[in-house]
Write a protein that binds this ligand. Structure first.
Ligand SMILES: Cc1ncc(C[n+]2csc(CCOP(=O)(O)OP(=O)(O)O)c2C)c(N)n1
Ligand SMILES: [Mg+2]
Length: 325
């Protein structure tokens, strides 16, 4: 599919933003400037960017848990970073963090750190879409490790049997914490799992953001008509499971190989340069603008006052902050 120059540049901007978001987060945590427990999506950006860019106004997203930059760029940088850093101006008053956010007004979430729960709730939202005849679909993401959760089998069973308007994607980055995917999955392609539930299923390279967009747009058009789809996107997790994980369980040659040969941000940049869609100067300017936007965003959120113990313990305030926003 061909896009206008403006659309290509917008996708590149989203890609570089997503990479820089995680790099700046890691820098601030490692320097002790920011706290928290952060699961970085470096290396996985093309999947999240391609998916978020495909969302229509009526579509709902329950994304895989390494989609933090996409949530920030798409739904509100300040509110998301503040939520991630437990600040009061976050989407959920800083009470939920990036692992439990819920932004119904923007059709995002809910998320739960208990793997599988968010995805099951996504199936519930899709049932509501079907019953209320809403002209949209629900995009539900999980990782290769999460796909083995029992509740996900229940959700997929219902999605297939009731033909719910869902595109289910699996971000297969080869690892579930310290468990290599191939050690726990006896099948070579996780698309076979979708087939087993009776869903139209396919597997794609998750490093080509334009391929992800094309595949998603087609799948979402079918899902909106009541034909649920299941898609595996293959990537490689570069970072540790969380910031600070030294990855002693893993041969880091895999990461080096991915950084050298399948870096999706570099690929997107080269794609635009080789096809003379953009110049080096134009792309460098985008990089610098996004870097400044993000440093300013992190610094602004960090400058906010922390919640007080009284804020945290006041149940009226918790409910007001979480549910009214
Ligand atoms: C029910 C449940 N079991 C275990 C965990 C601990 N845990 C958090 S992330 C994770 C690995 C998830 O792997 P995957 O789904 O492949 O996602 P990735 O982190 O690779 O993006 C595990 C086991 C959890 N959060 N919830
Ligand atoms: Mg994984």
């Amino acid at each position: 599919m061909e896009y206008s120059k403006q659309e290509y540049l917008k996708t590149y901007e989203f890609m570089t933003y997503s990479r820089l978001f995680e790099e700046i987060c890691e820098e601030y945590v490692m320097k002790g400037i920011a706290g928290g427990f952060h699961h970085l999506g470096t290396g996985d950006e093309a999947v999240g960017v391609g998916i978020f860019e495909s969302l229509g106004p009526n579509d709902w997203i329950v994304p895989e848990h390494r989609s933090r930059p996409m949530l920030a760029k798409y739904f509100g940088q300040h509110e998301f970073i503040s939520e991630m850093l437990a600040k009061p101006n976050g989407f959920n008053g800083g009470m939920a963090g990036d692992t439990h956010y819920c932004v119904p007004a923007k059709k995002a979430g809910p998320y739960s750190a208990l793997l599988g729960q968010s995805q099951a709730m996504g199936a519930g939202i899709a049932l509501n879409y079907k019953l209320d005849k809403i002209d949209g679909c629900v995009v539900i993401g999980c990782g290769d490790g999460s796909l083995n959760e029992g509740v996900i089998a229940e959700a997929l069973t219902m999605i297939a049997a009731w033909k719910l308007p869902v595109v289910w994607y699996v971000q297969n980055n080869n690892w579930g914490m310290s468990m290599p995917s191939k050690k726990i999955n006896a099948i070579s392609s996780l698309a076979k799992r979708g087939e087993g539930f009776g869903l139209v299923s396919a597997s794609y390279d998750g490093n080509d953001v334009f391929l992800v967009k094309e595949v998603m747009q087609e799948a979402m058009a079918k899902a909106r008509k009541g034909e649920p789809q299941f898609i595996e996107f293959k990537t490689v997790r570069w970072a540790g499971h969380f910031v600070g994980d030294p990855q002693l369980y893993r041969d880091l040659a895999e990461v080096q190989d991915a950084r050298t040969n399948t870096d999706c941000v570099k690929w997107c940049r080269n794609h635009l340069l080789n096809r003379k869609i953009a110049t080096v100067e134009e792309l460098d300017t985008i990089d610098e603008t996004q870097r400044k936007l993000l440093y300013d965003g992190f610094n602004a959120a960090l400058a906010e006052p922390d919640k007080t113990a009284a804020d945290i313990l006041d149940p009226n305030k918790i409910f007001a902050e979480i549910y009214v926003k």
